[in-house]
Write a protein of this length. Structure first.
Length: 649
């Protein structure tokens, strides 16, 4: 991305110089900090950054709070989707907001890291989520090499829904499902021959997909127990009424289950043998005395209920009567209802006295109301992570409720619109060792390298072999004799390595080292002819079967650069008339795919800073305006972002 101060004629040499620098790249774009412009969508509905070495795009975050007290050794897991998300799938970010790993999948929910038989796996649901608020998909488990090891499906002809994927302490999987069933709806003012969406859950064996336990809501709850009536639904199987809406399940050490019902606004504790409801927390038929004046039982449309141990209560051979429950309280009854601020809720329950009280509540300093989705995770260090589901944000709190870190991965102006959503947000430690090799882009003055999912890389080393005078290119054994050209610490998703002038080698590669200097992987060696790379970029993918992608030829650039310079001069003239400079895109390499040619465009955006209100109104009228409220930060990006772009989606 390139952003300029208000243009003047004496800046012309600097601007034209940018075109000569195409191909010189630097580190990832840094996240914004308390940028009102970001949250007002002035950088687009979903600001993304592109990379030279990879076709993946990474999000650009806007931090509103940052603290060293946040969990620093963990990665953040989200699964963006929504109207502004073109490519869905699980995504890992580091503590600085840099992309670590992304893989495109169908619409993705519940991206998490869970342990199965002592090994950590990336777990998520992917499939079709457009079935009346429900879904039909597959539960995936990927190992540290990002290979699909297990795929879990619903049993008994029931589809695996997206709302839950929990691996239990017994190394089994919990999933939820929705099923159309005929029902007499006269009790709620509808037809005797009506239809409902029944909801339930299954416990299955991960290895065999064998059913171990199944529970159905209509066997234990009445149609009148909930708060959401059928409205115009329920008259046929084309429009069944979702009377229960199950959205989370947890299994405790007793073998029983904690079920969350959105439309009942309650949690149900279910016997793991009989399926009977032992007690309810919240809703019309709450079983507990609320010692917090109603604050412990007045949840509405809640999500992600989980049991936790109470550390001050010793666990003996018998189950303790004191336990803790966390949940995300949406405090909303959905679209059209009164919007109330969502909260994280930490509850203490006493199953002997049947009392409940609030231990802690977690409120975002800038109120956020999520009408759907959301999560609460107790981190390893005791902090609390809240994911706001329908709104593209997460906040990390101290256990006492102090805000430590708050990040937006989409503009706040788009909250509540469905533009960018992540069903849940998690943080975990993770070690990723991809089965692929690193990706690399070679240019005349630098090499850009990345390795999607690799977490152990500490240093990138550029190596060369074969001096111009004596290398024949035929001795494969020479590949063991590579010499170090230069090395740099890994930085963000993509790291740029300067190429020294007049290096004597005819063949180059990049090697990844861990913090102890051990080799983790290396790129495919390429022939190096400096003149060849003067006006083109060679991109070599680390994926198996990929072919090198060659950059645009010198002839096209010789034609395009003068033409682009003329365009910029014309734009500067417009700038003197106080008009917003439009977006200009510069083609700087042309990739060759297997069997087909395709152009890759990275945007070069040039903007002036108009401060007067009438000029602001004019800017809003133009296509995709950019307002630079934090000029110091944005202008600082000028010298750093010469060949990668900020996508405004």
């Amino acid at each position: 991305m390139v952003i300029l101060e208000p243009p003047s004629w004496n800046m012309l040499p600097n601007i034209l110089g940018l075109f000569a620098l195409i191909g010189a790249a630097n580190a990832d774009l840094q996240p914004f900090y308390q940028s009102a412009g970001y949250d007002m969508s002035q950088y687009g509905a979903w600001p993304l950054q592109s990379y030279l070495s990879s076709r993946i795009s990474g999000p650009i975050l806007n931090y509103w709070n940052r603290s060293e007290a946040c969990e620093k050794e963990s990665y953040t897991l989200i699964a963006p989707r929504g109207d502004s998300v073109r490519h869905t799938g699980p995504m890992i970010l580091d503590q600085n907001g840099n992309l670590v790993w992304f893989q495109e999948y169908p619409t993705t929910y519940n991206f998490n890291i869970q342990s199965f038989r002592g090994e950590d796996y990336l777990t998520f649901w992917a499939g079709n989520d457009g079935i009346g608020g429900h879904g039909d998909g597959i539960l995936y488990m990927l190992n540290s090499r990002y290979e699909e090891v297990y795929k879990i499906r619903g049993v008994n002809g029931l589809p695996a829904d997206m709302h839950e994927f929990q691996i239990t302490r017994d190394d089994t999987a919990l999933l939820v499902w929705y099923d159309k069933q005929p029902a007499d709806l006269r009790v709620v003012g509808r037809s005797e021959n009506g239809w409902i969406y029944d909801g339930g859950f299954q416990e299955v064996d991960i290895e065999t997909n064998e059913l171990l336990f199944q529970w159905r809501a209509s066997d234990h709850f009445k149609l009148t127990d909930g708060y959401r009536g059928p409205d115009e639904r329920g008259d046929s199987d084309d429009v069944p009424w979702d009377f229960f809406h199950i959205n989370s399940v947890d299994k405790d050490s007793r073998g029983n289950f904690l079920v969350s019902s959105r439309y009942m606004s309650c949690l149900a504790y279910v016997d793991g043998k009989t399926g009977d409801v032992i007690w309810r927390l919240g809703g019309k038929y709450n079983s507990f005395q609320d010692l917090s004046d109603g604050s412990a039982t007045n949840m509405k449309w809640q999500h992600h209920a989980r049991f936790h141990k109470v550390s001050e209560v010793p666990l003996g051979s018998k189950p303790a009567s004191h336990r803790a429950i966390t949940l995300f309280d949406n405090s909303s009854r959905g679209k059209g209802a009164t919007e109330r601020t969502s909260r994280g809720l930490f509850l203490d329950i006493n199953e002997q006295d049947m009392t409940v009280q609030v231990r802690h509540e977690y409120w975002n300093p800038i109120p956020i109301s999520s009408q759907s989705q959301g999560s609460l995770q107790v981190l390893d260090n005791g902090n609390i992570l809240i994911g706001y589901g329908y709104n593209a944000a997460w906040t990390e709190f101290s256990v006492n409720g102090d805000v430590l870190c708050e990040a937006h991965f989409g503009p706040a102006g788009g909250f509540g619109t469905g533009n960018i959503i992540s069903y849940r947000t998690f943080k975990h430690k993770w070690t990723g060792r991809p089965a692929s090799s690193p990706d690399v882009a070679f240019a005349e003055t630098h090499v850009a390298v990345s390795w999607n999912g690799a977490t152990d890389v500490a240093t990138w080393v550029l190596e060369g072999i074969g001096h111009a005078a004596n290398w024949t290119g035929s001795a494969e054994s020479d590949l063991n004799g590579f010499a170090v050209v230069s090395s740099v610490p890994k930085s963000g998703f993509e790291t740029d390595i300067p190429v020294p002038d007049q290096i004597p080698y005819r063949r180059l590669r990049v090697v990844a080292l861990d913090q102890n200097g051990a080799i983790l992987g290396q790129t495919t060696p390429v022939n190096w002819t400096p003149d060849q790379f003067r006006n083109e970029v060679l991109v070599v993918s680390g994926e198996e079967g990929s072919l090198p992608q060659k950059g645009i030829g010198r002839i096209l650039l010789l034609v395009f650069v003068p033409l682009s310079a003329a365009v910029v001069v014309f734009c500067l003239w417009l700038g003197r008339q106080h008009l917003q400079l439009h977006t200009w895109r510069l083609t700087f390499y042309h990739s060759l795919d297997q069997g087909a040619n395709s152009e890759v465009w990275l945007p070069l955006r040039v903007s002036n800073d108009l401060e007067r209100e009438e000029e602001r109104e004019e800017r809003e009228r133009l296509d995709e305006p950019i307002d630079l409220e934090h000029c110091d930060q944005d202008v600082a990006l000028l010298g750093k972002q010469r060949s990668r772009g900020l996508f405004m989606l």
